[in-house]
Design a protein around this ligand. Structure first.
Ligand SMILES: Cc1ncc(COP(=O)(O)O)c(C=O)c1O
Length: 443
């Protein structure tokens, strides 16, 4: 075993990581003088581009003005203003925002908040959560219990609380072997079945990514899916939590993906691009009526944290929203994202090892297979997407990759560039991708 030098417990234990020394716009620079295009915004985080002075100034000013207050004792101006700014863009009725650090923490908060909303409404039996296979909601134990990504769950399975998982709307590999629209959205009807089987009076919430992100690589819901989900949730008084940590904040060409698919959540989570990747910031948005119910209960929301409602993180978030509004970056993600999708389809759709290209806005996935007709994936041991990723890295392009789309096999790339990317840069990336795929397949 080669032990990684130094005192950091790093994210990778199999190799020493290269040192990045700079980032500007859509580019990274390492300490060897090499340049890398940030094709996927890191893990789909860096939406407004790297090195934005306005965010740096907002953070700097807030540290000097008022760096830390305890969130049970004081509020601060950036926290109040960020909540107001989010309310202006959030789905209808979502008007209260609880600020945290990471996406997983936001998911945990949403799950607890749903339970407490039921408690305050006298529905004491409701505690169960339903989520979906092939989802990703974070690595803390509660969020991991909700996550439907097998390889992440397996080592900790005995420690995970009970969450009922239903199949995702993943038409390419439909769990029911059906085809849209003849399927009558069987995957959405599975929610009703799960609620009934579980005991509808015990179900608290259904948690779903509005657009499936990290695990199955950018799969938008089929038309009508969330209409049916909303209807089922309403029928059984189950709260709908949409996890928009990855797909929110402009990725789909709308501020919230919920808007794109015409669904109104009870609770919505956000994170990643909320502070443009500069500082840890996530949030949970909730319908005003649910907030009122929790207020009416008297106990308050039994939740908290040292770094919740952080003024400096909020100042960064506010600066990001300012940039996105002024530079009309959400509209840009919509427009240029549609071009990106067209170009990916034109170049790769007929490739014998590309099963599907799917996505919306600036959130696209390419799924690779060994055999296109049967959708047989590459066996995981071949590490196809890892080798492709490395090839693209060597060419100076940083992509985000995904595995476990078909059981624990399956390979995909996720593309979600900073919204400031230019058309010519997209073309450069596509050229590199084409060469990378051919070289990787040639072995
Ligand atoms: C949909 C979704 N929810 C939650 C998370 C967890 O966020 P974090 O890694 O910030 O805890 C992620 C991260 O990829 C995500 O994609």
């Amino acid at each position: 075993m080669n032990r990684i030098p130094g005192n950091v417990f790093p994210r990778r234990l199999d190799k020493a990581l290269p040192m990045m020394s700079g980032a500007q716009g859509i580019w990274f620079f390492d300490d060897q003088g090499r340049r890398f295009m940030d094709v996927s915004g890191g893990p789909l985080v860096v939406n407004v581009g790297h090195g934005r002075e306005e965010i740096a100034r907002a953070i700097y000013d807030q540290v000097l003005r008022c760096d830390y207050v305890h969130p049970t004792m004081f509020t601060t101006q950036p926290v109040e203003e960020l909540a107001r700014a989010l309310a202006a863009h959030a789905p209808p009725g979502v008007e209260r925002f609880y600020f945290l650090s990471g996406g997983g923490e936001a998911v945990e908060t949403a799950i607890k908040l749903a339970r407490q909303i039921h408690l305050e409404n006298g529905r004491h039996q409701r505690f169960r959560l339903i989520s979906r296979w092939k989802s990703y909601h974070g690595l803390t134990l509660g969020a991991l219990a909700a996550t439907g990504r097998t390889t992440f769950r397996t080592p900790f399975a005995p420690m995970l609380t009970e969450v009922v998982h239903i199949p995702p709307p993943y038409c390419l590999r439909c769990s029911f072997g059906l085809t849209y629209p003849g399927c009558s959205l069987r995957c959405a009807l599975a929610l009703e079945e799960a609620i009934q089987n579980t005991g509808h009076e015990t179900v608290s919430a259904f948690l779903a990514e509005t657009v499936s992100g990290a695990t199955i690589a950018a799969v938008p819901p089929p038309p009508g899916y969330f209409d049916l989900i909303r209807e089922i949730c309403d029928r059984y008084e189950v709260l709908l939590i949409l996890d928009e940590v990855l797909c929110g904040f402009g990725k789909t060409g709308r501020w919230f993906a919920a808007e794109r698919y015409g669904v109104v959540p009870d609770i919505v989570t956000m994170g990643k691009g909320l502070a443009g990747g500069t500082i840890a910031l996530s949030a949970v948005g909730v319908q005003g009526q649910h907030f009122d119910a929790v207020c009416g209960g008297g106990a308050g929301f039994v939740h908290g944290g040292t770094f919740s409602h952080h003024s400096v993180a909020a100042a960064a978030g506010l600066a990001v929203i300012g940039i996105m509004e002024r530079e009309r970056l959400v509209e840009r993600a919509d427009r240029l994202g549609a071009d990106l999708g067209r170009k990916l389809n034109a170049r790769f759709l007929n490739h014998p090892n590309v099963a599907e290209i799917r996505g919306v806005g600036f959130l696209w996935g390419i799924e690779f297979v060994r055999d296109k007709a049967s959708l047989q994936p590459f066996p995981r041991r071949e590490k196809f997407v890892e080798r492709l990723w490395q090839n693209l890295f060597n060419r100076g392009f940083l992509f985000y990759r995904s595995t476990g789309l078909a059981g624990i096999d399956g390979d995909a790339l996720v593309i979600g560039p900073p919204y400031i990317i230019e058309e010519e840069q997209i073309d450069l990336m596509i050229e590199a991708l084409e060469r990378g795929i051919e070289e990787t397949l040639a072995g």
